[in-house]
Ligand binder design. Structure first.
Ligand code: FPP
Length: 247
C-alpha cells in the first residue's frame, strides 16, 4: 500500500498551515549561499501546492516571510523579494493548471512596490478558482495581526459601532486577516525546530502540530502524505474526554 493510499479521504484536514524552515541550513550543507536554499524551496512550494490541491485540501497557508525576517542582511531580504516576484510570475501557470486561488496575508504595504503589484495581479487572475486557496503569509506575524485587530475593534468601540461588552471570540476572529478561512487543523514545521515563531497564534489554538526534521528544500509529496497520515491518527478532543468524543 502506498503512502498516498493510506490517507483517509474522508478525514482530510480542510486547512494545512506550514512553517517552511531550513532553506539556509540546506544551502550551507551544500556549501552554497542561503538564497540557493530559498530558490530550491520554491520547488517544494510547487510540489506541496500541487499535492495538496490534488488530495482535496481546501486551504494551504505558507509562512513565506515574517515581520522579523526584515532584520536579515539587506542582500538576503532583497534576494528574497526578487525571488518572490519571479516565483509568482512564473508559477501563476501552476495556479491556473491546478485551479488554485492565491491569497496573501500580512503587512503587504511593507513589500516593495514591484512585489506587491505582482502579487495583486496573481491574486486577481486566480480569484475565480475554488479548488484550493493558497495563502502566502508575507511580512506577517501574529503579534502584528493581533495588534491590528485590537486597534480595529477599539476604533469601532470609539465610534459607537459596537459595545465593548459585546466583544467575543467571533468578533475577534472576524477582525483577523484570516477571517475568510477556517482555522488550520494541521500545522507543519520543517527543519527540526520546535517553535511557532509568531505564526497564527490565535488560529492554532486547537491545531495538531507536526514537526519534521526534513529541511524545506527537501520536502516532497511523501512528506506531506506522512504528515496527513500522522494527523489522521491523532485523537482531537478539543478539551473533552475520549469517552465524550467516541459517543
Ligand atoms: C526559512 O528558512 C525560509 C524563509 C524565511 C523563506 C521562505 C521562502 C521560500 C520557500 C521561497 C519562496 C516562497 C514562495 C512562497 C514563493 P531559513 O532561511 O530560516 O532557513 P534556516 O533556518 O536554515 O536559516
Amino acid at each position: 500500500m502506498s503512502l498516498k493510499d493510506k490517507i483517509d479521504k474522508d478525514k482530510l484536514p480542510q486547512h494545512i498551515a506550514i512553517i517552511m524552515d531550513g532553506n539556509g541550513r540546506w544551502a550551507k550543507q551544500k556549501g552554497k549561499l542561503r538564497i540557493y536554499g530559498h530558490k530550491h524551496g520554491v520547488i517544494s512550494v510547487r510540489e506541496t501546492a500541487e499535492t495538496a490541491a490534488e488530495l482535496g485540501i481546501k486551504y494551504l497557508t505558507l509562512y513565506a516571510f515574517s515581520t522579523e525576517n526584515w532584520s536579515r542582511p539587506r542582500a538576503e531580504v532583497n534576494a528574497l523579494m526578487k525571488l518572490l516576484v519571479q516565483t509568482i510570475h512564473k508559477e501563476t501557470k501552476t495556479l491556473h493548471e491546478n485551479q488554485i486561488r492565491l491569497n496573501a496575508i500580512g503587512n503587504l504595504d511593507a513589500l516593495p512596490g514591484v512585489t506587491r503589484r505582482e502579487l495583486e495581479e496573481a491574486i486577481k487572475e486566480t480569484a475565480k478558482y475554488d479548488k484550493m486557496s493558497m495563502t502566502l503569509a508575507l511580512s506577517y506575524s501574529s503579534r502584528w495581526e493581533i495588534t491590528n485587530m485590537v486597534k480595529e475593534i477599539a476604533d469601532k468601540v470609539n465610534k459607537g459601532e459596537i459595545l465593548a461588552e459585546n466583544i467575543d471570540q467571533e468578533l475577534i476572529a472576524q477582525n483577523m486577516v484570516t477571517h475568510l478561512m477556517p482555522d488550520p487543523e494541521l500545522l507543519i514545521r520543517t527543519s527540526g525546530e520546535y517553535r511557532i515563531s509568531n505564526f497564527l497564534l490565535w488560529q492554532i489554538a486547537y491545531s495538531e502540530l507536526y514537526f519534521t526534521p526534513v529541511l524545506w528544500p527537501d520536502f516532497r509529496k511523501e512528506n506531506l502524505y506522512e504528515a496527513i497520515i500522522d494527523f489522521q491518527q491523532r485523537e482531537r478532543r478539543f478539551g473533552k474526554t475520549t469517552e465524550q468524543i467516541k459517543k
